[in-house]
Design a protein around this ligand. Structure first.
Ligand code: GLU
Length: 296
């Protein structure tokens, strides 16, 4: 059920961080870009907490994240949607895909996925097949087993993977989406979901994955314009495919540039990039941060 139904015709944007670490300047840039575009287009700006990772996301980080955004002076419309409170909705979508034989259980460990990609590379004499994020492309070991009736106990821990070829056969290859710029222009982009292979739609521990949750939530929240970093541009290929499969609308997308550290690497919590809280402790003000990021 939409948490914040849009007034008819009104544009809806969302900022969707994960409380798995403190927010850094890259998040501030993304939140501020959303805020600016929402204002320019007279749209609503929603906050969604992407906390499906029940180990790394904590209530304390959830509180801290909202405090950091309030400190920056970003106001959100409507209720906050927290993904961990909506597992039932993700289960319904998975069940639908399962009934249509579009997902299959996969029991492979990360090491097994790597080993299969290495074996494929050795056999073909080509480099390892990788997805756009650089992870080994899944070779389809368990797809073959699933089609053959399966031999392993389904109770064993497993993920659910999308059968990409069946999915494309179901919706057709003509997948495209619109990228909008700040002046309102829209460019058509052709999606290339094959480069991702059979992506995971449900993790071992929770009945969803990033891809499935983000697509369902954008639709359930009535999001019309997704503003996200360029690091998620390629993932949009899978999102458009899932929207088509599930009969959901495809929003327009805008990809903003990423901030880099002194070594030219993307800012990341995992690399210990300075957090907004660190900057606050050093005496920086929200106004200075807004100005430094070009939102003065
Ligand atoms: N939760 C994602 C992140 O923190 C962003 C979600 C999205 O824009 O799809 O990178």
């Amino acid at each position: 059920m939409p948490t914040s139904p849009p007034a008819s015709g009104q544009l809806v944007l969302r900022f969707a961080p994960s409380p798995n670490g403190r927010l850094h300047l890259g998040h501030a840039l993304s939140a501020l870009t959303n805020e600016r575009l929402a204002r320019t287009m007279d749209g609503r700006l929603l906050l969604r907490i992407e906390d499906i990772d029940r180990e790394r996301c904590t209530p304390a980080l959830d509180v801290a994240l909202r405090e950091d955004l309030a400190w920056l002076g970003i106001a959100f419309d409507g209720d906050v949607r927290r993904q961990s409170e909506h597992f039932g909705e993700y289960r319904v979508a998975l069940e639908d895909l399962r009934r249509r034989s579009l997902v299959y259980p996969c029991f492979c460990s990360r090491q097994e996925v790597r080993a299969a990609a290495a074996a494929q590379a050795a056999a073909s004499g080509k480099p390892w097949p990788t997805d756009p994020d650089g992870a080994p492309l899944y070779s389809g070991t368990c797809r073959a087993t699933a089609l053959g009736g399966g031999t392993r106990e389904i109770e064993a821990p497993h993920v659910l993977r999308l059968d990409l070829e069946r999915a494309l056969a179901a919706v057709g290859e003509d997948l495209a989406y619109g990228v909008f710029d700040s002046s309102g222009g829209v460019t058509r982009v052709v999606a290339q979901p094959r480069r991702w292979g059979d992506v995971v739609l449900a993790r071992k521990d929770v009945p969803t994955s990033y891809h499935l949750a983000v697509v369902l939530d954008d639709a359930l929240q009535g999001v019309t314009h997704v503003v996200r970093g360029r690091d998620l541009e390629a993932a949009t290929d899978i999102h458009v495919l899932l929207q088509r499969l599930l009969g959901l609308p495809t929003p327009l997308y805008h990809f903003h540039d990423l901030l880099a550290d002194a070594e030219g690497r993307k800012l990341a919590k995992s690399r210990g990039s300075e957090s907004l809280a660190d900057l606050m402790a050093q005496g920086l003000t929200p106004d200075q941060i807004r100005r430094d990021l070009g939102f003065g």
